[in-house]
Design a binder for this molecule. Structure first.
Ligand SMILES: [Zn+2]
Length: 229
């Protein structure tokens, strides 16, 4: 069982997460923001979290840009989707691409480049990785039996953009099919905006109309946003 705390940080209002395994107190940080805000807010948490690992959902600057700042304080194993390596390598340039050249971002250290089906134990909780490329080449989701941290794969009422340089709408379609095969009760913690559940999004999300048609689920027809939808 996990305790989940959200820290919405930085100029992009990105949701970052502190997961704490209730049985052991071991904690994981999911995503980073692009500034030192998460470091400062985590250092203010009392009692101090026993951080055992850093997990990334993908490597856009708002999700991975502050990795070296976190690692200065918590020098712990860091896990990144392997297929995001080409995007991760652009981190020093992403700030300029987003119009913020004053941000001098560095890449930080990756200890484990992981892929679909990977699992890691946080105390007594097993966290699994589902690869859901589309928004980025390696975008993925971390989940246990109750929670899923989806980065920019899926939002309450929306999905991640697929018009960025390394995005791929066709991959996003297939990734949403696989994500929505997971149990509907999973609480969805997105990279931006409020929590939801997989079941609620499958029933209502305008970008998942194609899944409702494929699966014979009632609900609004939704948008045709990519071939196959
Ligand atoms: Zn992103």
């Amino acid at each position: 069982m996990l305790d989940v705390r959200c820290f919405t940080v930085g100029m992009f209002g990105v949701n970052t997460w502190l997961l704490t395994d209730r049985a052991t107190g071991r904690a994981a940080i999911v995503d980073t923001g692009e500034s030192d805000e998460l470091v400062q807010r985590l250092q203010a948490v009392s009692p101090a979290p026993d951080v055992a690992m850093i997990l990334l959902t993908h490597t856009h600057l708002d999700h991975a840009g502050a990795l070296p700042l976190l690692q200065e304080v918590w020098d712990v194993p860091t896990y990144m989707p392997a297929k995001d390596q080409p995007l991760f390598a652009t981190l020093p340039h992403q700030a300029a691409m987003f119009g913020m050249p004053h941000l001098a971002l560095q890449c930080g250290r990756i200890d484990h480049a992981i892929d679909d089906g990977f699992a890691v134990d946080l105390g007594a909780t097993t966290l699994r990785f589902l690869s859901t490329p589309g928004h980025t080449p390696g975008q993925g989701c971390w989940f246990d039996d109750t929670h899923i941290f989806v980065g920019d794969t899926l939002f309450a009422g929306s999905i991640g953009r697929t018009d960025f340089p390394m995005s791929d709408p066709a991959l996003q379609v297939e990734s949403l099919r696989r994500l929505l095969d997971l149990p509907g009760h999973l609480v969805v913690h997105s990279g931006h905006g409020p929590d939801t559940t997989l079941a609620h999004e499958l029933a209502t999300n305008p970008f998942l109309g194609f899944l409702r048609r494929e699966r014979g689920i009632p609900g609004p027809p939704g948008l045709r946003w990519a071939p196959g939808t």
